[in-house]
Write a protein that binds this ligand. Structure first.
Ligand SMILES: [Zn+2]
Length: 300
């Protein structure tokens, strides 16, 4: 458990609760996005191509699964393509069609192109960074900050800086829309799998499927890079705030690489009594209560 929420904008009126419960597969028999009970398929919460191992059995209808697969493909073969190859991520494409031969195409300023084995190439990944909290938590007004997107370079080895080699790999495309919808999908699916199999949020589902609404309403960032002992991390907390109980997920992929984490606003619980036991409800009055934030810093 990470206890540093210093990037959050105070004031939190009371407390946050957090969990790191891990569970196995669950069975819901209903599409978690549209509610359909026909043509159901298993829903990987974290994509298989990002080492996801858990599924919601019969948790997604064929139509919705097609849409979420397109979002996954856009991220995994776009922004994360080189990176996934470098870290040897599982891929149905490679296994079935054998299209990737273990090398990466590099070019230099003279236009010379070489195929270098992945282990001889520089290993850097680019991740989109969102430097604000999801606006849905506090119903913040949209600002210029929400339109700005930062990219973060994550190194996966101690090899020299790419510019020193004279060769460059093809540029990485950053699709922040697909990225934030995929992070939202992971958070939503994991919350249902781990915390509350009956939880549904139509607004978030429509954002994941159709990109409806503004990404800054649902997805933000938090630059906590202290956790380095997991492959992928998804944690949850709820914040008790003036009668509202917003639920937040923290999603971090490749966390052993000090990659950025993403915060996703999942929706509100209807008051304290509805906090699921798996979010440490029983310990509300005791040690799991986080300290109050006393550092007033008005939201921009
Ligand atoms: Zn559906």
């Amino acid at each position: 458990m990470t206890q540093n929420l210093s990037n959050l904008k105070p004031p939190f009126r009371t407390f946050t609760l957090r969990t790191t419960v891990r569970r196995g597969n669950i069975h819901v028999k209903q599409c978690i996005y549209c509610g359909s009970t026909a043509n159901l398929t298993n829903e990987h919460t974290i994509p298989f191509s990002l080492w996801g191992q858990w599924v919601i059995r019969n948790g997604s209808c064929k139509q919705c699964a097609e849409i979420t697969s397109r979002i996954e493909l856009s991220v995994c073969r776009g922004t994360l393509d080189n990176f996934r190859q470098a870290v040897g991520a599982p891929s149905r494409r490679v296994r079935k069609k054998n299209r990737w031969n273990g090398s990466v195409q590099l070019s230099n300023d003279s236009g010379e192109v070489i195929n270098a084995p992945i282990q001889n190439t520089f290993r850097f990944g680019l991740f989109p960074q969102f430097t604000y909290l999801p606006r849905g938590i506090f119903n913040d007004v949209k600002s210029a900050e929400h339109d700005a997107l930062a990219a973060s370079v994550v190194s996966i080895s101690n090899t020299q800086h790419p510019s020193l080699s004279g060769y460059w790999s093809k540029p990485t495309k950053i699709n922040s829309d697909a990225w934030s919808r995929l992070m939202a999908k992971i958070a939503y699916g994991e919350y249902i799998r781990v915390i509350d199999k009956n939880f549904r949020c139509e607004k978030l589902a429509r954002y994941i499927l159709y990109g409806e609404g503004d990404q800054s309403y649902f997805v933000g960032g938090k630059q906590d890079r202290s956790k380095i002992d997991h492959l992928n991390d998804v944690d949850f907390c709820t914040i008790w705030e003036n009668g509202r109980c917003p639920i937040l997920a923290y999603v971090r992929l490749f966390s052993f690489l000090r990659s950025p984490s993403y915060m996703i606003y999942l929706g509100d619980l209807n008051g304290l009594e509805n906090i699921p036991d798996t979010l440490c409800k029983r310990n509300l009055a005791r040690s799991n209560i986080w300290p109050k934030f006393s550092n007033p810093q008005s939201p921009s």
